[in-house]
Design a protein around this ligand. Structure first.
Ligand SMILES: Cc1cc2nc3c(=O)[nH]c(=O)nc-3n(C[C@H](O)[C@H](O)[C@H](O)COP(=O)(O)OP(=O)(O)OC[C@H]3O[C@@H](n4cnc5c(N)ncnc54)[C@H](O)[C@@H]3O)c2cc1C
Length: 559
């Protein structure tokens, strides 16, 4: 059924959950006020690229909830998928992206991003980004789902670190940009149907209101809501949830991508063992040393991520094991330490010598395809609010993201988003939003009340998300998730706000959104797999859009 209405009873229960609204016009008494033209929330590749672009037009304030470098971007290893200028190469990249996306990618966005990729990378290089080279040419490797070698990397597997450092250097050197670290956005401000900035926590006890002509959400991913994840644990979908509460439309929240190979050594977040290892010939084997991927896909170890992830889970269920293994013992002795220095160092630091031992790996939550629904300029459905990077949903990845396409999407579209947000901010038709003089007393105070309860609920929700709305889903599991969400909502409703509770509430809302969309999509497609509906159903070849209607979560199939 493709109508907006949904018949599943559990779904209706969750739809009735109270989702508290964003801060409206009034400002709590005693809260500091900060003004800017463009507010950027997030300092990964998306936030920094958007800030640099916006700074050409107006004042930009950038906030992040940890240190500037603490982001998913920092952890990116494999690289950025970029075609050469050759039109055949561009066409092949577009085809690979569409094929992996299982029919749901937006062709216009895919073309727009990939055609601009070579120029975006040239600009990055002029900014000082030192990609690895072979014989003077950019070195390109191949990853799962790619028909050609096109993934650029830096310092072997330190691409994200280099990228973040390059952009941060420019941000620090730009007078128009001001950065506040350890500043956590709690909610967006809205006035007369327009986003006017955000309410933030400057530290554990002090709040401020940032008034901005336009606001850009660049808060990254959602992996932190799952028990096993490669994301930093602060990846709790804050921006996506704030946008929902403020009245924006979200899309594709059922599509969470799991990475097949995270290092299984008890570290949190789990260190990624880049797909590029398999691109370079690493073999995936079971505990008995048997290569099993050819049983599942003709591309073997280079099959798309969702196929490899589910194959591993199937093998683990069959063998009742905790992990499978990557075997690189056939590589020349120094190859791994030279080509993948970080993975090599992490293995050695955990007592594994890949030259002589198998490397234990298992799937982990990795990339959120869904997010704030935006157009190619990053404009959301809420006036004054923009989004880019992993927190946004442009339609580029459809139902499954091609490896290394996320940095590319952020690189190209965050710049466009930054420009559009700044131009709108500086337009005469958009006067600076006013703070009303009167205010209400802030009910929020820093509180340590219930830290154990908060930690316990966080763990329970992460375990349940992994179990019920993770890689293999079913109607029964989704219902169990929804029941737990209701319990958590009731249990936490009286706890005083503090940063950890705000994160937990975002985790719960993000889990609720994933469960809601996963219940609506009664088919399997891309990274969304329902064991009770294992086939794809082309009648559902549409995006699911979520929004709040009268405080209730509501889902619609896109037209
Ligand atoms: C281990 C790992 C490896 C990866 N490898 C690759 C790869 O090789 N190629 C590829 O294309 N992609 C890769 N990805 C995915 C890619 O790194 C991310 O999709 C991308 O970096 C996201 O960038 P972003 O700027 O949108 O968000 P992030 O880089 O995650 O930045 C989010 C920012 O938002 C801030 N923030 C969040 N919430 C708040 C709040 N409430 N208030 C204030 N600030 C907030 C954070 O502090 C942070 O600064 C990888 C991801 C991981 C985790």
């Amino acid at each position: 059924m493709l109508a907006g209405s949904v018949t599943d009873a559990r779904l209706n229960d969750v739809a009735a959950m109270p989702f508290s609204r964003s801060v409206q016009c009034s400002i709590p008494v005693g809260v500091s006020k900060i003004e800017t033209d463009v507010l950027v929330i997030g300092t990964g590749i998306a936030g920094l690229s958007a800030a640099l672009a916006a700074s050409e037009h107006g004042r930009v304030l950038v906030v992040c909830k940890g240190e500037l470098h603490d982001s998913n971007t920092r952890y990116a290893q494999g690289g950025i998928a970029v075609p050469t200028q050759d039109p055949r190469d561009i066409e092949a990249h577009i085809e690979d992206t569409l094929r992996v996306a299982c029919g749901l990618a937006d062709l216009d966005i895919v073309k727009y991003v990939i055609q601009r990729a070579p120029a975006a990378v040239e600009k990055l290089i002029t900014r000082g980004m030192a990609f690895d080279r072979e014989g003077g040419m950019l070195a390109r490797t191949r990853e799962g789902g790619h028909s050609r070698s096109r993934v650029l990397h830096a310092r072997g597997d330190a691409t994200g670190l280099e990228l973040g450092a390059t952009l941060a250097k420019h941000v620090h050197g730009t007078p128009n940009i001001h950065v506040i670290q350890f500043c956590m956005a709690e909610d967006l401000m809205t006035c007369d149907g327009r986003c006017t900035g955000a309410m933030v926590w400057l530290n554990d006890s002090e709040r401020a209101v940032i008034r901005a002509r336009t606001t850009i959400i660049a808060t990254g991913g959602t992996g932190g809501i799952f028990l096993h994840t490669t994301n930093p644990l602060g990846a709790t979908a804050d921006g996506t949830v704030m946008a929902l509460r403020a009245g924006a439309v979200l899309a594709s929240m059922e599509f969470m991508q799991f990475h097949p190979t995270a290092l299984h050594v008890g570290i949190e977040p789990m260190p990624l063992v880049s797909e590029a290892l398999r691109g370079e010939g690493a073999r995936l084997v079971d505990a008995g040393g048997r290569r099993f991927m050819s049983d599942y896909h003709s591309d073997g170890e280079l099959a798309p991520r969702d196929v490899v992830s589910r194959a591993i889970v199937t093998e683990l269920r069959r063998a009742r094991g905790d992990c499978v293994f990557l075997d690189v013992r056939h590589w020349p002795t120094d190859f791994m330490s030279g080509r993948f220095p970080n993975v090599y160092k992490t293995c050695r630091g955990n007592g594994i010598d890949p030259a002589h031992q198998l490397v234990p790996v298992r799937p982990a939550a990795h990339y959120m395809i869904g997010g704030v629904r935006v157009d190619r300029h990053g404009r959301s459905s809420l006036d004054g609010l923009f989004a880019c990077g992993e927190a946004s949903c442009t339609g580029m990845h459809g139902a499954n993201r091609l490896a290394s396409n996320s940095l590319l999407e952020a690189l190209v579209l965050a710049e466009v988003c930054g420009q559009a947000a700044a131009q709108e901010a500086m337009s005469e038709a958009n006067p600076a939003p006013r703070f009303p003089d009167h205010g209400e007393r802030s009910p929020a105070r820093s509180s340590n009340s219930g830290p154990n309860a908060i930690a316990a609920w966080r763990r329970r929700i992460r375990e349940a998300s992994w179990e019920y709305v993770g890689m293999i889903r079913s109607g029964t599991g989704i219902s169990a998730m929804q029941a737990l969400i209701e319990d958590a909502t009731v249990a936490l409703s009286t706890t005083h706000p503090c940063r950890s509770l705000i994160e937990l509430r975002n985790i719960i809302t993000a889990a609720a959104m994933i469960a809601f969309a996963a219940a609506m999509r009664t088919e399997s497609r891309g990274v969304h797999y329902r064991e009770d509906h294992p086939q794809s159903n082309d009648a559902q070849l549409k995006q699911i859009e979520l929004c709040l209607v009268d405080g209730h979560l509501t889902g619609n199939w896109s037209s």
